[in-house]
Design a protein around this ligand. Structure first.
Ligand code: GLC
Length: 532
């Protein structure tokens, strides 16, 4: 299965767990590590190779764990280090890898480093964060805005300076120009690698370094009312600075200290060209997987748009060895089933699991969970408090395990409401339905395991298809697969390349048959075909 090989992450599928919402083991309404451990068998049966846990570290939860107060411990709400070791041991026994979230751009303001840093101007930790004087009129040092709204600077009365926070004011930005910060943060990586963690998903990797002169960001002329507020500025001076690559390379060399592969997955929202830089150029000594959010951000789910996206991404990959990856959803973005609708949800699943590259799935997408409307009095997300239509609670609701109270997630009132459709949309119901989305995910994941062409094969898109269809070949040493996806609500005949073909998987899970010349595609159907 390639699980123990150095590059397991190439043909392995990653599954993102949002720990607060996966499974509550101790009945307090919030998910935890023992809860997750108890569900690892479900994940290994599903057929994924690795789990990535969003932050589980001590945190005042101003940004639900993305405000870390201690990088080398577990929040009591999630359990203990022993619980974590038990989770890793169980994962190992099932052949699953474990990835953690690593949040290097900022800490919590309750992290002891920041408590010291703000104690006085002369404190040895002062330069661990980004402190600046006010302008003459008392206003912030520059015009940078926080992603969560308002200025990115918070005035500290006691020491008479502003500190920088690109997110909540409870998330002060670390000063990555300071070598002491780097060493401390690399030690945090080693702490988890030494404990057997197989990789890290690195939070907002492109934000780590800021302009040395703190120049004002220019106004984004294209921004219009209603757009995502943080895009009001072109953030050219507050992010993606050239110096960032040096740090990315240093992080990679920390990962390379280990014999078994430690994979680094970078969270990066940038243009295709800039994204590719994070592989580290021709030498590929950056992160192994800079997250590719193309499918997450795609607006038009038609054959032409999807094909251009995939072809452009494939063509932009640097060198021979840069390994692609694909994502359909995460805890920051509306759920795929809500974005593309029930008809195309299965096409999306087939794309994710048959394109070349490492797929990352988001918990619950495999059963077709949708965004859940969260009434304002139950909302938690700091982003949603400022930009109402950009609140992220709707995609972080409890996993739907069964039709029972609270969807089997918890005996207590869950921290976010459970979806109203959980009686129909849940793991138990979907497992017993051989034609469900869950069954499709299982089938495709199973197929990836046995097919080297799917796991590692070359990709080439096919010309000559009807406008409604996007088709591509995946080939590896004599094994040839053809994927045809009909993005329309019409029946379409898709011409096949010469030779005999056989449908191995249909998104409807109801046919396995031979075809030559053409394959008849039903509305919104996708098929994986083998040659022969
Ligand atoms: C990343 C996380 C997001 C968080 C932000 C600040 O984008 O995915 O959830 O709010 O970073 O850490």
């Amino acid at each position: 299965m390639g699980q123990t090989t150095k590059n397991w992450w190439r043909n392995g599928a990653i599954y993102q767990i949002y720990p607060r919402s996966f499974m509550d083991g101790n009945g307090d309404g919030v998910g935890d590590l023992p809860g997750i451990t108890g569900k690892l068998e479900y994940l290994s049966n599903l057929g994924v190779d690795a789990v990535w846990l969003s932050p589980i570290f001590p945190s005042p939860m101003a940004d639900f764990g993305y405000d870390v107060a201690d990088y080398t411990d577990i929040h009591p709400m999630f359990g203990t280090l022993d619980d974590f070791d038990a989770l890793v041991a169980k994962a190992r026994s099932l052949g699953l890898k474990v990835l953690l979230d690593y949040v290097p751009n900022h800490t919590s303001d309750e992290h002891e480093w920041f408590v010291e840093s703000r104690a006085s101007r002369g404190d040895p930790k002062r330069e661990w964060y980004i402190w600046r004087d006010a302008k003459d009129d008392g206003s912030p040092p520059n015009n940078w805005e926080s992603y969560f709204g308002g200025p990115a600077w918070e005035w500290d009365e006691a020491t008479g300076q502003y500190y920088l926070h690109l997110f909540d004011k409870k998330q002060p930005d670390l000063n990555w120009r300071n070598p002491e910060v780097r060493e401390a943060m690399y030690d945090a990586m080693r702490f988890w690698f030494d404990r057997g963690v197989d990789g890290l998903r690195i939070d907002v990797l492109w934000l780590l370094v800021k302009d040395e002169e703190f120049r004002d960001n220019p106004v984004n002329e294209e921004w219009k009312d209603g757009d995502f507020l943080p895009s009001r500025q072109s953030r050219v001076y507050s992010e993606d600075r050239p110096e960032t690559m040096e740090i990315v390379r240093e992080m990679r060399s920390v990962a390379e200290e280990y014999e078994e592969s430690r994979v680094l997955v970078g969270e990066i929202y940038l243009t295709l060209e800039r994204l590719m830089a994070y592989y580290g150029g021709e030498t590929l000594d950056g992160v192994q997987l800079p997250f590719n959010f193309g499918l997450v951000l795609l607006e038009n789910w038609d054959a032409k748009s999807v094909r251009s996206l995939v072809d452009e991404y494939e063509a932009a990959l640097p060198g021979d060895g840069a390994w692609p990856n694909w994502v359909l959803g995460n805890h920051d973005m509306p759920r795929i089933a809500s974005r593309v609708g029930e008809e195309k949800e299965r096409l999306a699943a087939m794309l994710l699991l048959t394109l070349r590259g490492t797929p990352t799935m988001y918990y619950g997408d495999e059963i077709g969970m949708k965004n859940v409307e969260v009434p304002p009095h139950l909302a938690h997300d700091p982003q949603g408090k400022v930009h109402k239509s950009y609140g992220r609670d709707p995609f972080r609701t409890p996993m739907q395990w069964n039709a029972e109270k609270n969807a089997g997630f918890s005996n207590a009132e869950p921290w976010l409401p459970v979806a109203g459709d959980h009686q129909k949309v849940n793991v138990e119901a979907r497992e017993s339905d051989p034609s469900s989305t869950l069954s499709l995910y299982k089938k495709l994941l199973g197929f990836r395991r046995v097919s080297t062409a799917l796991g590692l094969g070359a990709y080439s898109s096919l010309d000559g298809m009807p406008d409604e269809c996007f088709a591509y070949l995946r080939e590896h040493k004599g094994e040839k697969l053809l994927v045809v996806l009909n993005f329309s609500g019409e029946e379409v005949s898709a011409p096949l390349p010469e030779g005999g073909w056989r449908v191995e998987v249909s998104t409807r899970l109801d046919r396995e048959e031979k075809a030559s010349g053409v394959v008849e595609m039903r509305p919104y159907e996708g098929v994986v075909m083998s040659e022969g």
